[in-house]
Design a protein around this ligand. Structure first.
Ligand code: NDP
Length: 246
């Protein structure tokens, strides 16, 4: 019996990388999960892979930039499990670019997914948590919310926003049993860099990636740590970076 046994979590960005590894960690520890992403076939693979684990898994094809789809995700998870304890707002994109290269559509995408997606997640489940006076909201920020390099202006801006939103949320729910955590990873070996289209940034970025990259499981461990502290302990931010990342 673990602390997470029977608790239910919604995880966005669950189809790969950090979201996928966290889903696995939680389900192995007896939690139920509602896994959300756009690629339903990837979510099905994870469900299949974890079919012998104790936690129950439901899947929901969701675009976090849609307020309606996010509300539907929250409703379906509550209807199915009765109570949702946790939300992991983890979906994100990182098409880094130099501002002078005017990748304006990519700026829009990052604002929509990385900021609005987090807000829509909170919107979908916070009233339910307030009603229960219980819950934990975790959002994925980044080391890029602590330091900025050429090409990371917009991405860092979105991750600073995530940090600010989580700090504000923490203040709002301070008198309740609801806990809040911002997870700020350094370089993690996932599919995240595949959205970069700016060749100038890609060349510079090679040196950033030339570190002992973390695995998604390292971040899942940090999430698990935050979730399994005693009820009076609220871990508000965790920064985890490769030992050789500046
Ligand atoms: P991945 O690319 O492996 O995962 C990104 C996830 O976000 C996928 O599951 C993807 O699912 C989902 N996603 C993207 N857009 C949408 C959308 N519109 N609607 C729903 N889901 C969406 O990267 P990571 O696991 O690395 O990224 C997870 C989080 O970690 C992100 O917020 C990222 O910014 C953050 N992070 C990552 C770092 C790293 O070095 N990897 C460092 C610091 C922070 P699908 O495409 O199926 O919709």
């Amino acid at each position: 019996m673990t602390e997470l046994q029977g608790k239910t979590f919604i995880i966005t960005g669950a189809s790969s990388g950090i979201g996928r590894a966290t889903a696995k960690k939680l389900v192995e520890n007896g939690a139920n999960v509602a896994l959300a992403a756009r690629r339903l076939e990837r979510l099905n693979e994870i469900k299949e892979e974890l079919s012998d684990q104790p936690g129950e898994i439901i899947l929901k094809e969701t675009d976090v930039t849609s307020r309606e789809q996010m509300e539907e995700l929250g409703r379906e998870a509550v209807n199915h499990f009765g109570k949702v304890y946790g939300l992991f707002n983890n979906a994100g994109l990182m098409p880094l670019s130099l501002l002078k290269n005017q990748k304006v559509d990519e700026w829009d995408q990052m604002v929509d997914v990385n900021i609005k997606g987090v807000l829509y997640g909170i919107n979908a489940i916070l009233p339910h948590m307030i009603e229960n006076n219980d819950g934990h909201i975790i959002s994925t920020s980044s080391v890029a919310a602590h330091q900025i390099f050429p090409g990371s202006s917009v991405y860092s801006g979105t991750k600073f926003a995530v940090k600010a939103i989580m700090m504000g949320l923490e203040q709002e729910v301070a008198q309740t049993n609801i806990r809040t955590t911002a997870i700020s990873p350094g370089v993690v070996n996932t599919e995240l860099t595949e959205t970069i289209t700016d060749k100038e940034v890609m060349e510079q970025f090679d040196s950033v990636l030339n570190v002992q990259q973390l695995n998604s499981e390292d971040i899942a461990e940090a999430v698990y740590y935050a979730l399994t502290q005693p009820a009076h302990v609220d871990v508000n931010e965790i920064v985890v970076r490769p030992v050789d990342q500046p």
